[in-house]
Design a protein around this ligand. Structure first.
Ligand SMILES: NC(=O)c1ccc[n+]([C@@H]2O[C@H](COP(=O)([O-])OP(=O)(O)OC[C@H]3O[C@@H](n4cnc5c(N)ncnc54)[C@H](O)[C@@H]3O)[C@@H](O)[C@H]2O)c1
Length: 267
């Protein structure tokens, strides 16, 4: 589990531990990853923790070796890290773009690349869960770098599902809506200090929320609520896992516009 030190990742860890799975908790904040592992151990489970930056492929390869040494196998892999960087598209710096893409996109690619051979050796029922975002299904303004990165996660995940399905490894994409977590605080802490600027401003947040009524569509939930169906959805190898929120009509509207474009092309 990457991003295991907080929020959604920590809640997913508790779900997996509740059914007896051994946990490898990875986070750029090694102390927080250890707290997640300690909570599992104090509940009678098995867990290790490692401080890892998902943008660093070699660090993840070291983590995969640590997982193999500790538990010998990997049945479920969650690439869950995602950082937020608010800002209008004409205001984001190149360095901010690269940071978001390095962590949110290459972080997912690196995680899978590092753990895939251990998963292949494990055999049996295996699952990969990639954390995308509801913003792929209903984009909002002022979070363009984040939205673009999560679209890339979905594109990668769709292809991975096709390629690994042949080997019996299921791939699911998770679409959380707003959750009570440390998302903005931990993004600020993880942002390299040589990239100037805050990850958010209240003006950007207000603008985003008002731009498409996102505050009502994405009511904020606890991470416990967001993970309530996770085990069942992964067991059933469902490609898409929506955690909560009601933005069905906006999704239909977008898909109908796409289908209309498709229809026009049939002339
Ligand atoms: N919170 C929301 O409203 C929301 C909504 C939709 C999607 N998401 C997605 O859910 C996922 C989890 O976010 P969360 O809300 O639980 O946030 P969180 O901040 O509570 O947890 C994210 C964790 O990732 C870690 N992290 C950050 N950069 C890292 C890096 N480079 N390498 C390793 N670890 C790193 C942080 O230290 C933190 O512990 C993210 O992919 C996020 O984009 C969150």
């Amino acid at each position: 589990m990457t991003g295991a030190g907080s929020g959604l990742g920590a809640s997913m860890v508790q779900r997996f531990a509740s059914v007896g799975m051994a946990i490898v908790a990875l986070d750029i904040d090694g102390g927080r990853a250890q707290e997640t592992a300690d909570a599992v151990i104090s509940g009678g489970g098995r867990a290790i923790a490692l401080g890892v930056d998902v943008a660093d492929r070699s660090a993840l390869e070291g983590a995969a070796k640590g997982a193999k040494d500790a538990f010998g196998s990997c049945n479920v892999l969650c690439a869950n890290v995602g950082v937020q960087q608010f800002g209008a598209l004409d205001k984001l710096s190149e360095a901010e773009w690269r940071w978001v893409l390095d962590v949110n996109v290459m972080g997912v690619v690196n995680t899978v690349a590092a753990f895939l051979s251990l998963m292949r050796d494990t055999g049996g029922e295996r699952r990969i869960c990639l954390t995308a975002s509801s913003s792929v299904l209903l984009p909002g303004e002022r979070i363009g770098a984040y939205v673009a990165s999560k679209f890339a996660v979905m594109g990668y995940g769709e292809t991975l599902r096709l390629e690994l399905g042949r080997e019996g490894i299921g791939v699911s994409m998770l679409f959380p809506a707003g959750m009570e977590s440390r998302h903005l605080e931990s993004s600020q802490l993880a942002k390299p200090t040589d990239i100037p600027g805050a990850v958010m401003s209240q003006e950007d947040i207000d603008f985003m929320l008002s731009s498409r009524n996102l505050d009502t569509a994405f009511h904020v939930a606890t991470t416990e609520h967001a993970t309530r169906n996770l085990l069942e959805d992964l067991a059933a190898d469902r490609p898409y896992i929506v955690t909560h929120g009601d933005y069905r009509s906006e999704l239909i509207e977008r898909n109908e516009a796409l289908l209309a474009a498709f229809d026009r092309a049939q002339d």
